[in-house]
Structure formats: C-alpha cells, structure tokens
Write a protein that binds this ligand. Structure first.
Ligand code: NAD
Ligand code: USQ
Length: 404
C-alpha cells in the first residue's frame, strides 16, 4: 500500500515540487494550502516571474501527464484546527511535511502588521500541527522545514553542528558534566525568530508525547525547475524576484536577464548556505524514508550543499552574464561580513549528490530568467522593507561587469 503524506503548504515554492516528486515516487499525496502566498503577491502588487497555473489546473495537469492523483484542501492550518485534526484522523498519514509558514525575512520586517502576521501565522500553524498529531494519537512522522538562519550569521570560529551543540559544564562539586544542547538561537529577523521558537515546540512535543520529528535546517533555496515541474508548463514552479520574497541568487539571475544591476547589500560580505530546489525535493524524500526511531530526540539535518558570500555570488553571475554590480546601503541589520562553516554530513551519508552552482546557473538563466523576463515588474525589484526606521535604501557604488 502506498505510504500517505500530507504536504502542508504544498502550493508554495518548495511544497509544490516536493508534492510532485513524492507523488512520482509512489506516495499518496494530500496538499493543504490556504493560498496565502498568492494573496500576498496581489497585496504587494507583484507576481511570480514564472506564470504559475492555479492549484486546480496544476493537479489536473499532473493527472494527465502521469495518471497520478493529488488531493487538495484549501484551509488555514493556523486558524482551522478542527479541519486539520479531522484530516489527520481520517487520512491517517505516515508523514506530514510542514512548509506552511510565512517565509520571507524582509516581509516579516516591513511593518507591525507583517511582523504580527508572521508570528501569529507561523507559531499557531506549527503548534496546531503538533497538537493535532498528539490528539489523533497516531504514529505520524512530522518533517518541518526550518532554516539555517536559526544558528545566526555571526562569525563564531566553530563549525556549526547539525542542531545540537556538545557542551561541558562545571558542576557545583568541581567535576564536569556533558550535555548536548540545542544550538543557541540567533535569529536575524522576525521570520527567523519564529523558526527558533518552532524548535522549542518540537522539543516539547517530542519529549512529552513521543512524536517523531525531523527538523530540516534548510539553506537559501535557488533555482526553479525540477524533473517533475519540467514535464509541462502548467506544472511550473513559482519564481520570486521582488524585494521582499525574492532570494538573493534568484534575484541576481532575474536582474541579469532584465538588464538591472545586481543589488548587493552593504559590502556583500555576508556568507550564506545555498541549496538547489532539485536537491530540496530529494532531501525531503530522504527525510521521510529515514524517520527517527521511536523514543529518539528531534532529528536535525542541515539541508544545504554550498556556501558563498553575496559579493562572490554576484561576481559569478556577472561573469556569466556581463551584468553590472551595484552596492546598496544594507536595508537589514546584519554583520557586514561573516564566516559560515557548517556540518552537512547526514544527507551526504544518505546519498545526496548535490547540484552545484557551476552545474545549474546557466540552465536557470536560460530556462527561467531569460524565458520569462518580460513578466518582471521592474519597480518591484528594489527592497523597501527596512529592519530599523533610521535606514535608507539607496545605491552607494557600482562595479563594472567582471568581464568588461
Ligand atoms: P512559500 O511561501 O512559497 O510556500 C509556503 C506555502 O504555505 C504557501 O503556498 C502558503 O500559501 C502556504 N501557507 C502559509 N501559511 C499557511 C497557513 N496558515 N495555512 C495553510 N497554508 C499556509 O515558501 P517556500 O519558499 O516554499 O518555503 C516553505 C518552507 O521552507 C517555509 O517554512 C520556509 O521557512 C522554509 N524555507 C524556505 C527557504 C527558501 O529559500 N525558499 C529556505 C529555507 C527554509
Ligand atoms: N541580499 C543582497 N541583495 C539582495 C537580496 C539579499 O545582498 O538583493 C543579501 C541579504 O542582505 C542577506 C543575503 O543576501 O545577507 C540573503 O538574503 P535572502 O533574502 O536571499 O535570504 P534570507 O532573508 O536569509 O531568507 C531566505 C529565505 C528564508 C530561508 C533563508 C535560509 O527567504 O525562507 O529561511 O533564506 S537561510 O539563508 O539559511 O537563513
């Protein structure tokens, strides 16, 4: 019998290609999504660079292409607890994958309304999922999409472990005791703060109710297409490029295609972890196929394949496309530069073979950024969300194209 998976947030950038990937690999998939991400695009007056079809059209197209069924429910998991509980009790999933949170750091810092929405949505969503699994008394494995940002982006001089930090503490009698503690949280935005709080919810429900939980500390996802979304244009994944939701590498790819200078904030010395969307979906399958044992603590994986600083990323894109690089006053409050060295052994050991920037950049430029550049709303490119009120966003310098 097919294993059953509920994909919460299955209409989103990571959720949709994951749902397709698992469906192709024989899982029975139910998607829950309140389509809030599509509504936020409307509110911000922006769009996905790619022309995403409605969820109904997407699912119908998947059936035509593969013969496989995906079921969809439209409700808000942060608000409609009883619908969530009833679905879990009746469908009896083996796993639930939880993508359904507000995920943009700049959006979470725009104003009081966005800060409060992000906290209310994300924390209530995660708590409702845990509470419903506990109430159902079913043995469900919960896989959550967390972020590498929970560790913070300050230089520490240590290699960041996968979730737990071994510490030695002096006892009152002068001897030492060893602990594994959750790595100290270092959120850099209200969005990232919700993810550090999620970790405590997981700790509690794992300890108190024995729920098996995997928390994936995922890096910055780039790219758009996967083997499954490529099957038909109606299956295409979303591509965010605007100042709030566009993540840095996809923004650079779009900017180079539309002839906009690459927008590097501050010195561009921020080092960040990256992963291609094709690897995200593979990691999700690996995670649900390797659940924690009963009684095991929350399993934490670092889900990333490469680290780059933003300035070098811009240079790499500029080398390929001849784009100009423009430095902007940083709209965020973050270190001007940082080292980021991270352990990522568990996924490697389980067989993940990464798509590197060198393999994937040109494909993304040709398949997506160039192909859909006419859809770009140019005045949505510059970020207008500021981390504190005395900041400004303006260009302060530029570099000629690397190849000029
Ligand atoms: P996304 O916004 O594209 O997708 C999230 C989906 O969840 C959307 O379709 C949205 O409509 C839905 N949703 C949000 N709140 C909901 C609610 N209360 N009830 C029902 N549906 C709801 O985001 P994404 O990029 O796919 O990210 C998915 C998850 O992965 C997020 O939790 C994010 O923090 C995490 N993540 C993303 C990245 C990245 O670079 N995109 C990196 C690391 C971690
Ligand atoms: N940056 C620029 N220019 C831009 C956009 C961003 O220099 O035009 C810089 C930012 O200042 C920051 C870095 O690039 O230092 C990354 O910014 P981002 O917007 O690409 O990513 P971030 O805000 O960190 O968030 C994204 C996802 C989030 C996820 C996180 C993973 O939106 O959901 O959790 O990446 S992680 O990088 O591990 O924190």
């Amino acid at each position: 019998m097919a294993k059953k998976v509920i994909v919460l947030g299955g209409d989103g950038f990571c959720g949709w290609p994951t749902a397709l990937h698992l469906s192709r690999h024989g899982y029975e998939i139910v998607i829950v999504d309140n389509l809030s991400r599509r509504k936020i695009d409307v509110d911000l007056g922006t769009n996905s660079l790619t022309p995403i079809a409605s969820i109904e059209t997407r699912i119908a197209r998947w059936k035509k292409e593969t013969g496989k069924e995906i079921t969809f429910y439209n409700f808000d998991i942060a608000e409609e607890y009883h619908q969530l509980y009833s679905l879990i009790s009746s469908f009896q999933p083996d796993s639930i994958i939880h993508f359904a949170e507000q995920r943009a750091a700049p959006y979470s810092m725009r104003d009081a309304k966005c800060k409060r929405y992000t906290v209310n949505n994300n924390l209530r969503a995660t708590h409702n999922v845990l509470c419903a699994i506990a109430e159902s008394q079913l043995d469900v494995h919960l896989v959550h999409l967390g972020t590498m940002g929970v560790y913070g982006y300050e230089t520490t001089g240590i290699t960041i472990p996968e979730g737990y930090l071994p510490v030695k503490v002096a006892k009152d009698d002068g001897t030492f005791v060893d602990f594994d503690i959750l790595y100290p949280p270092g959120p850099g935005s209200v969005y990232h703060m919700t993810k550090t709080q999620d970790a405590l919810f997981f700790y509690f429900y794992n300890k108190n109710n024995g729920i098996r939980i995997t928390d994936l500390h995922q890096g910055n996802v780039w790219g758009t297409t996967t083997e499954e979304t490529r099957l038909h244009e109606e299956l295409i994944n979303r591509f965010d490029y605007d100042g709030d939701y566009g993540t840095v590498l996809n923004r650079f790819l779009m900017q180079s295609a539309v002839g906009h200078p690459l927008t590097v904030y501050g010195t561009g010395g921020q080092t960040r972890p990256f992963i291609h969307i094709q690897d995200t979906v593979k990691c999700l399958r690996i995670a649900i196929e390797n659940p924690p044992e009963h009684g095991e603590r929350v399993k934490i994986f670092n889900q990333t394949t490469e680290t780059y600083n933003v300035r070098n990323l811009a240079k790499k894109v500029s080398e390929l496309t001849n784009a100009k690089i423009m430095y902007f006053r940083n709209p965020r409050v973050e270190a001007a530069d940082n080292d980021f060295v991270v352990t990522r052994e568990q996924f490697r050991a389980l067989g993940l073979e990464p798509t590197t920037l060198s393999d994937g950049l040109l494909v993304e430029i040709a398949e997506t950024a160039e192909k859909y550049k006419e859809r770009c709303i140019m005045d949505k490119i510059i970020c207008t969300s500021l981390w504190s009120q005395d900041q400004e966003v303006d260009a302060v310098g530029s570099e000629l194209p690397v190849s000029a």
